[in-house]
Design a protein around this ligand. Structure first.
Ligand code: GLC
Length: 456
């Protein structure tokens, strides 16, 4: 891969000439270890004029349709601009990706030039990401959902442009619900527990001994933060930190965690306390669960993906909003955007790539072929899109009615510690190591220490 110098953002001092990295560069980029090493090297080789090649750090462990679509997108981008793009895979899982991105950005690595940024990372990574406002026309920014733009704006800097909404959804087996006389998915958590128990008992009696009622993500990780927040907010326990006060220690949260702990080993496998998204998916795909909580971006979360190879549940499921608690319905808002590294040698080209990946026509094409749920509200009135994927209107409705953001803006750089303390506290309850009341009490103290905020 050859990189050229001389392109700098308006008003910035000229960038140093980058290196030409020879043999093995392409394969080295396939591994993040190699990437970190290369990124720290100075210029020791000759400079050759050539087209710019950008490095994009993004998820690559997703399904084939998504990966194929992204290759098409990147080829289209190169055709339009002459700029080539190398893809660097993110590690699996939000926590590991954040650690890797953070290490690269904080060490001043020149590549990747462009990073995929989860909705919870803007406050953590902002110092090392460029303000996109000088590069992206206002009208393009204003086309996105305003709360996502607000979420991605840190101290007045727009550090990522949104490209994808993700929310928690309930996946349910239509064949099994009708076998047991249910006409609709569960409306409340209580109903979900009853339904899960009944179907599980019935299916086991029919011979499927390892069948479970409900699978979800209970591993001590960001995935559990998202699941637990949904239970807690829907029961009226609030979103951990509200109006700069730690509110997590309250009877409603305690009760929500206690209910989930009751599921473990009863309607959910004992191992659910070690499940992340893919683990739940695997049980689901092999037809061993009646209900699943997973993301709208799950690799087979749309009709387009019902036909995914190897899935025993294809054509036998549907998706719905998560059940309500006693207070309301809640779904954790996930998703991502793209931001440009402050250390990139090609900020203008990099921001051109960001604009391209978030552009209405590119989002629309992605949505037609994959589960990519658009961040531009106007696209939801595209009749072809809705016809191709009726779930997008379900998703937009659930997002608008029940979307809950994790407290990443309030916590800023402390968010990883806040989330870690939260999921460890909930995990201790799920695994039976602590009572819900003592876990909530201790968590309040811990969060006050981490954030310096008051506790209610
Ligand atoms: C999904 C969401 C992301 C969240 C992650 C947690 O990828 O889109 O926002 O942080 O799951 O595992």
């Amino acid at each position: 891969m050859v990189r050229t110098g001389g392109t700098s953002a308006a008003g910035q001092s000229p960038q140093p000439a980058p290196c030409v990295l020879r043999l093995g560069r392409r394969s080295a980029l396939k591994r993040l270890g190699g990437l970190a090493l290369l990124a720290g090297q100075g210029c020791r080789t000759s400079v050759q004029p050539a087209a710019v090649t950008l490095v994009l750090g993004d998820q690559t462990w997703l399904d084939d349709q998504f990966q194929d679509r992204r290759h098409e997108e990147l080829n289209q981008f190169t055709k339009e601009t002459g700029i080539r793009v190398e893809l660097v895979p993110a590690p699996e899982g939000a926590d590991d990706t954040l650690t890797t991105w953070r290490n690269l950005l904080e060490s001043g690595a020149r590549i990747p030039d462009v990073y995929a940024i989860d909705v919870i990372w803007p406050g953590i990574l902002a110092d090392n990401l460029l303000d996109l406002k000088p590069y992206v026309p206002e009208v393009e920014i204003a086309a996105h959902l305003p709360e996502l733009i607000a979420n991605n704006t840190v101290a007045g800097k727009l550090v990522a442009l949104p490209c994808l909404i993700d929310i928690g959804l309930l996946f349910y087996r239509t064949d099994l619900l009708s076998r047991y006389g249910y006409h609709s998915p569960p409306q409340s958590w209580r109903e979900l527990e009853e339904m899960a128990r009944r179907i599980q008992t019935g299916e086991r009696a029919r011979g499927q001994k390892d069948f479970w009622g409900f699978v979800w993500e209970g591993a001590p990780s960001e995935s559990l933060t998202c699941n637990a927040l949904e239970w807690q907010v829907s029961e009226g326990g609030g979103a951990i930190i509200e109006d700069d006060v730690i509110t997590v220690n309250n009877p409603r949260s305690v009760q929500a965690w206690a209910s989930a702990a009751r599921w473990v080993g009863a309607v959910s496998p004992p191992g659910v306390v070690a499940y992340k998204e893919w683990d739940a998916d695997n049980i689901w795909r092999t037809g061993r669960a009646a209900l699943m909580r997973n993301w709208s971006t799950s690799h087979f979360g749309t009709p387009v993906h019902k036909s995914v190879n190897g899935s025993l549940t294809k054509d036998k499921f549907d998706v719905a909003s998560l059940p309500r608690g006693r207070a309301r319905f809640a779904t954790t808002v996930g998703g991502r955007g793209y931001g440009v590294s402050r250390h990139s040698l090609h900020p203008r080209e990099a921001s051109t790539l960001v604009r391209f990946l978030c552009r209405p026509d590119v989002q629309l094409a992605r949505s037609r072929k994959t589960w990519g749920t658009p961040t531009i509200p106007a696209l939801y009135s595209d009749a072809d899109l809705i016809a191709a994927n009726p779930y997008f209107s379900t998703i937009l409705k659930a997002y608008s009615n029940g979307g809950v953001l994790r407290p990443s803006t309030t916590a800023g750089k402390n968010y990883p510690e806040v989330s870690h303390a939260y999921f460890e506290a909930v995990h201790a309850v799920l695994a039976g190591r602590k009572t819900p009341a003592s876990a909530a009490f201790d968590l309040r103290t811990e969060l006050m220490q981490i954030t310096g905020l008051k506790g209610a």
